[in-house]
Design a protein around this ligand. Structure first.
Ligand SMILES: Nc1nc2c(c(=O)[nH]1)N[C@H]1C(S)=C(S)[C@@H](COP(=O)(O)O)O[C@H]1N2
Ligand SMILES: [Mo]
Length: 528
């Protein structure tokens, strides 16, 4: 055991210190090779059984609602990348620590590595939809990493207690042997990683199936989008949002790859006639087309977690009627392959004049994988977290008193009707604007009720009516514009909407949690 004086004496650049860096490198390489092996096995077991993805998913599920909002506010849709990179940094630091510990206080490094591996295995096996087999990639990975760590640390050059390095004059040989071992281990890890990529070609197979799909023509077509729905203002959100730029929000770190051939939807729970339909059954049914503006409850005032698309699908109402819900039921818990659930009021789904769809198409093509391929729910008027389950495989008719959806115990309201809102898209704060006519434009939405009026206010002036564009119906947003005669100076421009029922958008400011943000979108503009 080293004494304090010895440790102080061993300053920067000494053998001991260098041994520490080598040991850290040994830790990173051993853990990395083990992880790569785990990834390779996970590609066979289930991609979501990968220790990194399983741990990441567990972190996502455990994150308190306030933090989720912050993550979305700071990183937007990049929050997942940020999470995965953070996990990588923590893992690398932990692995380096394990290397150093194993060198200085054996078997502390092995114990640390082993414990992390076992915990990862347990976490993976406890994921929704997981089986005990999901623990295998983590356990085998750590099973390989532990002896590798011992072997590499034993070859750390120049370290006290190191078998080879202790012999004076043998430093060069020792270093070479260590580097050969670490190099080979790292190479093996990279090969395993490459192989895991090749094996998870399952994702590409689903992609190919998706591209080959020709969706049937709708039995009930949507009304054509009127020419007057598009005001053609530069920088204004288009009436229809292209799939490529449609916002994406979900808890999935890796987009679930669901092959329609293996997919089915089961209607179950408090029903007289539970049943299951396959992909072919679904496509053989008369499908309906409908434009719906989807919105996320996490959207801030003025935010962009909202988009409008043409959906193609089968009315959920028909599916439910066929199953014949029992008296007392008041909720449908829809479940995704990835374990996510949403709780939707049964009566909303049964309404005759509300086109709630089990959707298979989005803007004329099969759902993109990240938007729920092969099937998802779309409910006009409700936030996505209580209605829009992607990769949906089960509709369980139940009661709010008996079942809770994913976000409910995480601080979000069980009920989530979309709040009347409006947004300014142009100009942007900071734009160079000259005095004279400045076009202010944006969108306003009150799904399923419809927008009646949009007004703009500059500074402390009066509210003045904006021009409101056409729409296909009440379930989508509407564009609006106002040609403002702008005078030089600093100004605050605000917008507010009134719904088709005469309700005026509130100026009371509320944050997204627990049931949606409110307040008037107000932006500062400087006119030169
Ligand atoms: N399986 C699954 N479906 C989900 C979610 C999820 O996390 N997992 N998030 C919901 C939320 S919060 C929203 S706002 C919408 C977003 O749908 P989009 O990503 O297609 O825009 O999907 C909903 N469906
Ligand atoms: Mo959402």
């Amino acid at each position: 055991m080293s004494t304090t004086t010895e440790r102080i004496a061993a300053g920067p650049g000494t053998g001991r210190r260098r041994g520490g860096w080598w040991a850290a490198l040994a830790g990173v390489v051993a853990a990395g090779a083990g992880l790569a092996l785990a990834e390779l096995l996970a590609a066979f077991v289930d991609p979501a059984s990968s220790p990194v993805l399983a741990a990441g998913a567990a972190v996502v599920d455990a994150v308190p609602p306030g933090l989720k909002d912050l993550a979305i506010a700071w990183f937007g849709t990049a929050d997942k990348v940020v999470l995965l990179v953070s996990i990588g940094v923590v893992l690398a630091a932990g692995a380096a620590l394990a290397g150093v510990l194993e060198q200085r206080r054996p078997p502390a490094g092995v114990v640390l590595l082993g414990a992390v591996g076992v915990v990862a295995g347990v976490v993976a096996a406890l994921r929704p939809g997981a089986t005990v087999v999901w623990a295998v990639p983590s356990l085998v990975g750590v099973g390989a990493a532990v002896p590798l760590l011992r072997a590499l640390v034993a070859r750390v050059p120049g370290a006290t207690g190191s078998a080879v390095g202790a012999v004076p004059g043998a430093q060069g040989v020792a270093r070479r042997e260590f580097l050969v071992w670490t190099g080979l281990s790292a190479a093996a890890g990279l090969v395993a990683l490459g192989a895991s990529r090749a094996v998870s070609a399952g994702g590409r197979a689903v992609q190919a199936v998706r591209e080959a799909i020709r969706l049937p023509a709708p039995a009930t077509t949507a009304p054509p989008v009127p020419a007057g729905a598009e005001l053609d203002v530069d920088g204004l959100a288009t009436y229809l949002t292209p799939n490529e730029t449609f916002y994406r929000i979900d808890t999935a770190l890796r987009v679930p790859q669901v092959n329609p051939e293996d997919w089915s939807l089961t209607v179950t729970g408090l029903v007289d006639e539970p049943f299951t339909i396959t992909w072919d059954d679904l496509l053989a049914l008369p499908l309906t087309e409908h434009h719906v503006t989807l919105a996320c409850v996490s959207n801030q005032v003025g935010g962009d977690l909202i988009g409008n698309a043409l959906w193609l699908g089968y009315p959920v109402r028909e599916l439910l009627s066929r199953a014949r819900p029992q008296a007392g039921a008041d909720m449908v818990l829809s479940r995704s392959v990835d374990g996510f659930t949403a709780g939707t009021p049964l009566e909303v789904l049964l309404e005759d004049d509300r086109d709630c769809l089990l959707a298979v198409g989005m803007n004329g093509e099969p759902l993109p994988p990240e938007h729920g391929f092969p099937a998802r729910l779309v409910v006009p008027g409700l936030y996505g977290y209580v209605s829009a389950t992607k990769w949906v495989t089960e509709l369980k008719v139940t009661r709010f008193a008996d079942d809770e959806a994913y976000w409910t115990p995480r601080g979000w309201s069980a009920l989530g009707p979309i709040k009347l809102s409006s947004r300014i898209d142009v100009p942007r704060p900071g734009d160079n604007l000259a005095a004279g006519t400045v076009t202010v434009a944006g969108v306003a939405w009150a799904q399923h009720t419809g927008i009646g009026r949009v007004e703009v206010r500059v500074d402390d002036g009066d509210w003045v009516a904006a021009e409101v564009a056409d729409t296909v119906g009440p379930d989508t947003w509407r564009q609006w514009r106002y040609d403002w005669d702008a005078a030089p100076g600093d100004h605050l421009v605000a917008v507010r909407a009134t719904d088709a029922g005469g309700v005026v958008q509130t100026d009371a400011q509320a944050p997204p949690a627990p049931d949606g943000a409110t307040g008037w979108h107000t932006i500062p503009l400087t006119i030169m």
